[in-house]
Structures are given as C-alpha cells and as structure tokens.
Design a protein around this ligand. Structure first.
Ligand code: 5RP
Length: 269
C-alpha cells in the first residue's frame, strides 16, 4: 500500500484500536426507501458522531450529508439492479473520478460468488481494484449472499478469499459459525454486516463474537438504524468494538441510554 492508500485506510480503521464501527446506509441502492432510511438525512445526522465511517451511495451523500462532516466516506460504486430482478447482475455505477471529487476514503461494491452473474461481479471487483491502486483509494468488497446460498464458513470463506485474491483491501461479510476459519483464510481485514434486524442483545452478541473471532469491526446498518434507540445501539456496539466491553456490559449501557433516548420530551414552557 502506498502512503495515500494507507492514509485513507487509517481514517476508517482506527489506528489506536485497530478496529472500526462503520455505519451502512446504502440499502436504498437496490431496495428503495428501506425502513428507517426513508429520510436518510434524519437517520444519519444523529448517528454520525459515533460512526468511524459512513457507507452510502453518491446520491444520498450529495443530497443528505453536510459536506463539512469529517466522517470518512466509503462510497458504494456498484448497482444497477433492484429487489424486483436478479440481484447479482450489478455493474460499476460511479466513476473513480467522481469518487475522488467526493473526497471518499474508500470505494465499495458487491461480489456475488455462486450467483448467476458471478464472473461479471468478480471482474468488476478486479477493475475497481486496478482503479483504486492507480489513485490510492482502498476497495472494500462486500460478499453479497443470494437467496439460496448458505451463510456458512465454507461458502463465506470461499467468497472472502476470492475477494482478497482479486486485490480487495478489506472485505465485508456475514458472521457465521466457525467464523475463525473465514478470518484465517482471508489475508485482509474483515468487517461484518449486521444483517436483518434482530433483538439488540443478539446483535451485540454477534458483534462480540465477530470481534473475538478476528473481525476488525462491523459495517452495520439495520441493527442500528432500525433499533428502538439507534444512538444507544451504536454506542453499545462501539463499547464492544473499541473498549472490549462484554455483551452484558454493552447491554446494560444500551438499556441505560435507551431509557434516556426514548423518554418523552417535555415541551418547553
Ligand atoms: C448490502 C450492504 C449493506 O450495507 C449491508 O447489508 C449492511 O447492512 P446490514 O447491517 O443492514 O446488513 O452492503 O449489500
């Protein structure tokens, strides 16, 4: 990695802890106005101070995020599909020049290993890595999982390793049983997605398990912004990722902060 690439990377993965809490709000690029993200500006504003990086598309970045923010941006540059059709048929949607103009810290796209358009998405990744290398911009590969695919260590290990072999600088994947095997087989840092909304305690457990199996952090969306108390939730996740809190400690913190966040506001007299 050259200096520029390392510099960008160090904005995403905190050098003091070697870990990261990324906030993913890119869901609309294929599923439209996702619950909790109907008005991205409102959702993101309250969470931004607690996110080490923000993952989103250029459309939401331009329309909904204050250009004065200091949070590093991980820009999704793949798409072209919707939940109504074959998801793996993605292309690269955003030029590297636009990513540079937007001053992003990394670019990201999905690969669909085993999907109908597997080859196309893997070649997209290779092309993006070539562009990232040219301009010093790290590439985050997302191992998307098709409807019929098993999220087990064998499959995720395969997808993560392929992403790393093609040159991805870090990889986002799902947590699974025997996640250590996925980590061991992947020579670049891994962050985990949260997946569909689950109870807060379970999402905290997932975070803890992933970190203790070797992930460098999370790139979490729905389990934060769909939580009853999103700010409390991201703070609780941070306590595990950056402060080595246990699940019980993080749950206590979540419940304390939730009580505060959900307290009815008394109108000023
Ligand atoms: C879609 C993505 C999403 O950003 C990802 O799924 C993360 O969000 P969540 O924690 O809600 O799963 O990359 O491919």
């Amino acid at each position: 990695m050259d200096w520029g690439m390392k510099n960008r990377f160090s904005k995403i993965i905190r050098p003091d802890t070697g870990r990261t809490v990324m906030l993913a709000v890119d869901h609309g690029y294929f599923q439209g106005p996702t619950t909790g993200l109907e008005e991205p500006r409102k959702t993101v504003e309250q969470l931004l101070p607690y996110a080490d990086a923000l993952m989103l598309t250029r459309g939401v970045l331009r329309t909904s995020i204050d250009p004065a923010v200091s949070t590093p941006i991980v820009l999704r540059v793949s798409g072209g599909t919707s939940i109504l059709k074959e998801l793996s048929n993605e292309g690269l949607t955003t030029s590297i020049e636009d990513a540079i103009r937007l001053n992003v810290s990394a670019v990201t796209m999905s690969i669909f290993v085993g999907g109908e358009y597997e080859r196309q998405t893997l070649l997209n990744l290779s092309k993006l890595v070539n562009l990232g290398e040219r301009y010093g911009i790290p590439v985050l590969a997302v191992t998307a999982v098709g409807r019929d695919m098993n999220r087990d260590a064998r499959y995720l290990g395969l997808a993560c390793r392929i992403a790393a072999e093609l040159g991805a600088h870090f990889v986002k994947t799902y947590f699974c049983e025997d996640f250590e095997k996925v980590v061991r087989g992947c020579p670049v840092p891994l962050v985990v997605a949260g997946g569909k909304k689950i109870p807060e305690q379970d999402a905290l457990q997932l975070t803890y398990n992933a970190i203790h199996a070797g992930a460098v952090g999370v790139d979490m969306g729905r389990n934060i912004f769909q939580s009853e108390a999103p700010v409390a939730m991201i703070k609780a996740v941070r306590s595990i990722v950056h402060e080595n809190a246990t699940v019980d400690e993080a749950s206590i913190l979540y419940n304390l902060l939730k009580a505060e966040e959900t307290k009815p506001k008394v109108p000023a007299q």
